[in-house]
Structure formats: structure tokens, C-alpha cells
Design a protein around this ligand. Structure first.
Ligand code: ATP
Ligand code: MG
Length: 466
């Protein structure tokens, strides 16, 4: 089978890498892809991966290519492609394409839609109000006596959410979105949401429109510097499974969040087929099943201990995919086909025991502006280590075949091992081989899941590598 992956990041390389290991895969195309294509195959049983110079947001040329090359399965990576109606165009052409339709993807592409949907279906989330007029939004801000978060409703490449530390900052954020239109039309509608406290986790699930199969829970690291300091990025690393999400908590998340969301979308006539990604806030108090009431600040407020939805995304996460897919034992082609055929309940989705951690190597200056075209060395040495896989993100091949940086997040180095400490030490051992001028990465990926005295502190691993 020929397979097409749409996108160009680390997530898409991880998808292509896993799909290429399917015994049914003959060739995997990635549009537009990155420097991974010409690389030596990372896994022994892997079909060739090639790049295809087509836009991710222009459906018709992709449809034409899929017809011509008899693509048996297309997988959409980025949200912008879903918003552009790629899945709808493939469905109209009767070509199998994994991902939600444009209507179903509104769970991600409109935060106002997602909040109203959750309210209708009793899915736990922070209280909120939406506004299209700046004056009304500002009046609301002045009327509430609790901390808030300001969100552009539309897609803003992960930059449209502001967590203000004061009312002044909140007012500035509103005017940035609604008056200055810093994110264009994405900020024409704004969600003002109750600020939630606790630890964040990502639970991704496969859905065939009816059945929901969760993946191992993951934790991302958004701030650029160690200790969660500095500006937010697309994600500097991740690990899975996150011990914070206990099996009991996973049951609650499935029962109260993921299944009602999929049921609600089906009932609305927009069945959700694809990966549903719930960004969750897990309250600091360990949930015991029952809600508790506590006082916060001056006004008594009810705070229950259930996990609450911060956001839905309608796709695999980046860098979560780089830790989740290496743990998937089953054939990803089979799993995605089961979603498309509506028989996920009859398909075994197996995960290997152990854990995975990924560390992102970023360009100098990222998440601000950064230079490109810097030569990358050491990828094949790192990839040769046991339990280490290097996923390409912002890389490209020069005409002479040299590997150059071409983006802010350049590579994601994933370690897999029997437990999280081993996975982390393998990822750091791998990244120690990689070099490009100005490269930086966090040294504390996964540390929050470890006992305090096992904090990873440098290039040498604290744990023996078996
Ligand atoms: N209600 C809230 N309370 C506290 N923090 C929040 C809240 N909503 C969002 N955040 C913070 O802002 C971050 C980004 O929010 P959100 O996930 O909604 O934005 P996004 O732009 O869609 O992100 P992504 O790029 O991951 O899709 C969250 O990871 C969380 O840290
Ligand atoms: Mg989002």
C-alpha cells in the first residue's frame, strides 16, 4: 500500500516512521516533509519514505496525487490542513483519509465552539464567556473576581492563549487580540475563561466516530527553559506514560470527557473520526472520585477535583507523537483503517510496557527569530544507540546531501526503555551526539515525573543503560 502523510514536522516524521514499519506499506510519501526523507531507514523493517513538494492546505493537488499514485491511506498531521478541508476533499473523491472533517475539527479550530459543545454535553471545563465586541469583553473582565485566561477563538499557531498575571495584563491581552488584531481573524472572537490550577497532561485517543481507544497519557514541556521558565514554544520535549494520569484517572477521562465528546459529535451529525487530543488540567488535589468544595481567595468558590479540559486538538500532538508512537506495538495502518471503517472495537491496539521520552533540539533564538541553514552532525551516531530514535522536524537536505537546520524545532531525540528513567537517559545520551551551531535543549524533560533526587542534570546519565 502507498501511504501519504501531510505535514512537515517531527510529528509527521514519527507518523511516517511508524507507518513505514507496517508489513503492508510499500512506500510512504510526506508532503512536504523534511530532511528525514533521504535518511537511512531508522527501523530495519521500514519501507522508503519520500518527500512530495505540495502544500498542506491546498486539497486538490493532494487529491490528484493520491489518485495518481493509488494512495491507500492518507494521514493528516497539522490542524491547518484539517481547517482547509483536506479530509472533506478526500472523502468527496472517495479516498481514505484519516482525520476529522472540517466540521468535526471545529473542536479545535473554534475554541468558542468547543466551549459551547462541552457546556451542552456536561464535559468538565472551566467556566467561560465569549465575545466579539471589545467593549463587552472589557466590561466582563471588570465584572469578574477570579483570575482568567484570554483566548483567541480561532487557530493562532499555539500563540493565541494569554495567561495574564493581573487585570491590567488581561485588558492588554484583550486589546491585543480584538483591537490590534495581533492574530488576525483568529481573535475576532475571544473566550474569557476561568483560570485553572494543577498539572497539565495530554490524553490522545483514536476514534472511529463511536468507539474511543486512549493512548498512553503524555506530558509536554511548553516553556523554552528548564524549570518551565521563559516564553512558550511548540513543545521542548515530552514523555509517556505520565504517571500523573493513573489508571483510575484515565477511566474518569474516558468516561467523562472523551466518550461524551465523541458521542456528542456523532449526535450532532458531525461524527468525529481521527485522533482526539484532550489537553487537561489535573487539579493539585488528588482526585478520589468525589468532588470537594474548597475556598479560594476572598470569594468562596466551588473547585472540584475532576480533571478539566483546557482544550481539544483534532490531531496528533507534537512532540507527544514522538513518545506515543514508539510505544505502539500494533500496526498503525491497521489501527487507522479500523477508525476509518468504524470497527475500532474489533481491533486490538497494543502498547509495549516501558516508557518513552523525547528531547527537542532547537535553533538559537527559538521561540523568537532564529537562523537557518546550519549544518547538523551526529544524527546517525545518535540513531545507532540502543533505544534511541531521532525524529526530524525543522531539517532539510542541501543539494549535496548535507543536513541543515530549517526551522525552530530541529530534531526530537526519543529514548525508549523499560522505565522512564532509562527512557530519559537514552534520549539525553542520543542528543549528546548531535551538534549544530546555537543548538539548545532543555535538561529536565520528564524530571517532574521522577522522584526529586533523580533529577537529570547534565550530559551524563544518572541511570545505568542496559
Ligand atoms: N483555563 C486555563 N487555566 C490555566 N491555564 C490555561 C487555561 N487554558 C489554557 N491555559 C494554558 O495555556 C496553554 C495553551 O492553551 P490552549 O491549549 O487552549 O491553547 P492552544 O493555542 O490551542 O495550544 P496548542 O498549541 O497546544 O493547541 C495551556 O497549555 C495552559 O498552559
Ligand atoms: Mg490547541
Amino acid at each position: 500500500m502507498n501511504i501519504l502523510v501531510i505535514g512537515n514536522g517531527g510529528r509527521e516524521h514519527a507518523l511516517a516512521w511508524k507507518l513505514a514499519q507496517s508489513p503492508r506499506a510499500a512506500r510512504v510519501w510526506v508532503a512536504p516533509g523534511n530532511g528525514a526523507a533521504a535518511a537511512v531507514p531508522l527501523a530495519s523493517r521500514q519501507c522508503p519514505i519520500s518527500n512530495l513538494q505540495l502544500s498542506t492546505t491546498d486539497p486538490q493537488p493532494l487529491v490528484a496525487f493520491a489518485r495518481q499514485e493509488e494512495i491507500g491511506l492518507t494521514v493528516v498531521g497539522p490542524e491547518a490542513a484539517l481547517a482547509a478541508g483536506i479530509v472533506d476533499a478526500f472523502q468527496a473523491a472517495e479516498l481514505p483519509c484519516f482525520g476529522p472533517t472540517r466540521a468535526a475539527a471545529q473542536l479545535e479550530t473554534s475554541k468558542a465552539f468547543a466551549k459551547a459543545f462541552m457546556a451542552r454535553h456536561g464535559i468538565p471545563t472551566g467556566s467561560y464567556a465569549t465575545f466579539t465586541e471589545h467593549a463587552a469583553a472589557r466590561a466582563h473582565l471588570r465584572s469578574v473576581d477570579y483570575p482568567v485566561v484570554i483566548k483567541a477563538s480561532g487557530l493562532a499557531a499555539g500563540k493565541g492563549v494569554i495567561v495574564p498575571e493581573s487585570r491590567g495584563e488581561a485588558e492588554y491581552a484583550l486589546s491585543l487580540l480584538m483591537v490590534e488584531r495581533a492574530f488576525g481573524a483568529a481573535g475576532d472572537e475571544v473566550v474569557i475563561e476561568e483560570r485553572l490550577y494543577g498539572q497539565e497532561a495530554s490524553v490522545l485517543a483514536f476514534s472511529d466516530g463511536r468507539n474511543v481507544v486512549p493512548m498512553p497519557p503524555a506530558q509536554d514541556h511548553k516553556p523554552v527553559f528548564d524549570g518551565d521558565r521563559g516564553p512558550n514554544t511548540g513543545g521542548m520535549g515530552a514523555y509517556a506514560p505520565a504517571p500523573l494520569v493513573t489508571p483510575a484517572l484515565m477511566d474518569t477521562i474516558l468516561r467523562e470527557i472523551l466518550q461524551p465528546a465523541v458521542d456528542g459529535m456523532r449526535a450532532a451529525g458531525t461524527p468525529y473520526v481521527g485522533v482526539l487530543y484532550a489537553g487537561l488540567m489535573i487539579p493539585a488535589l488528588a482526585p478520589t472520585g468525589n468532588s470537594t468544595v474548597c475556598k479560594r481567595g476572598a470569594g468562596a468558590s466551588v473547585m472540584d477535583t475532576r480533571p478539566k479540559v483546557l482544550e481539544f486538538n483534532c490531531r496528533f500532538g507534537d512532540p507527544e507523537t514522538q513518545v506515543i508512537l514508539p510505544l505502539l506495538e500494533s500496526d498503525l495502518v491497521e489501527v487507522l483503517e479500523a477508525c476509518l471503517n468504524g470497527d475500532l472495537d474489533r481491533t486490538a491496539v497494543r502498547w509495549q510496557a516501558g516508557a518513552a521520552a523525547t528531547v527537542v533540539a532547537a535553533s538559537e533564538g527559538y521561540p523568537g527569530s532564529y537562523p537557518k541553514e546550519r549544518e547538523i552532525t551526529g544524527v546517525s551516531q545518535a540513531s545507532g544507540l540502543p533505544g534511541v530514535t531521532v525524529f526530524h522536524a525543522g531539517t532539510r537536505r542541501s543539494g549535496a546531501g548535507r543536513l541543515l537546520t530549517s526551522g525552530g524545532r530541529v530534531l526530537a531525540v526519543t529514548g525508549v526503555g523499560k522505565d522512564l528513567p532509562l527512557a530519559i537517559s537514552r534520549a539525553y545520551e542520543g542528543i549528546a551526539h548531535i551538534h549544530f551551531q546555537g543548538m539548545h535543549y532543555r535538561r529536565d524533560i520528564g524530571a517532574k515525573a521522577l522522584p526529586r533526587d533523580l533529577h537529570f542534570s547534565g550530559k551524563r546519565s544518572l541511570w545505568p543503560v542496559s
